[in-house]
Design a protein around this ligand. Sequence first.
Ligand code: AMP
Length: 437
Amino acid sequence: MSFEKLGVMKPLLGAINDLGYKKPTIIQTRAIPLVLGKSDIFATAQTGTGKTAAFGLPMIQRLRKNEKDSSRPIRGMILSPTRELSMQIFEDMQNFAKYMDVKIALLVGGKDLESQQKILKEGVDIVIATPGRMLEHAESGVSLKGVEIFVLDEADRMLDMGFVKEIRKIHPILPKKHQSLLFSATYSEKVRKLSKLLLRSPAFIETAKKNTTVDTINQKVYLVDKERKAELLAYIIGSRNFRQVLVFTRTKASADELVIELKKDGLKCGIIHGDKTQANRSKTLMQFKEEKIKVLVATDIASRGLDIEHLPYVINYELPSIPEDYVHRVGRTGRAGRNGEAISLIDIYEKYDIKEIEKLIGIKIPQESVKGFEPDPTIRRKDVQDIKLKSEHAKTKKKFTKAKESKKVTAKSLKKAKNSESQRTGKKRRTTKRDGN
Ligand code: AMP
């Protein structure tokens, strides 16, 4: 299949040729004709599969300026969860539209609202925005009445980040008749519900098994004691001479601490997390892309928008608290069919988390230890009981949700589920006479 056969017009073909896209990816092959045909779409696509062009190319084609039309209302709106991802989409869209008369604007927080308003007044065809900033503009009078195509990218992440309120406020402002495209890296009940609200008779595109990691990524787990993780990380980077590596921590505090440790080892590091200003994040990302810094330490919030060409390594210094985030993190490597390696450094407290991740992605990740960094076998976890309870609680919750979904929850079954959980957790109900007999 070629982009031309999918119906992509000449100026766009020229632009993607400049970008080196030779053949459409699977998601592009499936989505482009549907978007051109004005269909709503619900697509679950893994990160790095080329989904920006899957919606971006046909969107630009459909919304190119009509010569007869003198006004320039916003006709396309792309919402994405983070500033970094929005910036990445903006860059891609500008590259796609470079031979066409399509005006594109980036509306993200952390940037001056007034200068964005000025750009909008001059007339813009497509906006790429974070939900909060888009709502601010809409509330300050920017009209969305002309929107023909609405894209919600990384819908699962939007929900995780609590943007559902903003989406629910923006959606009714859009004209009744418009095309909606929903993209999500992972599939969940919450995403399904959101799709019901936003989409009308959508075409479903599933380019990969739910929640799988790309198979060009070589995944590994190194077992190590918590207090030796920074040392091991520096050793791996140094001994294998990593040129560029993205390292994830679970919290901002551990990202800060890790950077201090790595700098002591003489490694050039940058850091991206929610407490950093937008200007600082952009500068760090640029330095990393230009390989002026070797190690970029980031938290999950920052992970979504990072598209670095040929990023060869991702290291999970700590596993994410939500298993789905593992898929997003490792998806930063192995993009567009290239090989990548994802290494997770796990201590004794993360053994439960890795099992949850393996369950989600449906593969067992090989575990080993690095010579000289083997975990101390005398170290035992102090919270074995807590972990058992966590696992039991998750099982009960799952059972209950399943029953609820199939609408079979009765007062009796609810009581039974609660009882069995309290028995497991040791908080046995006091036996009443009737219970006892
Ligand atoms: P995305 O999933 O949109 O973030 O794209 C992931 C990466 O794949 C980006 O670096 C794109 O520039 C690249 N890409 C997208 N489509 C193609 C294609 N058809 N051929 C080669 N690279 C592509």
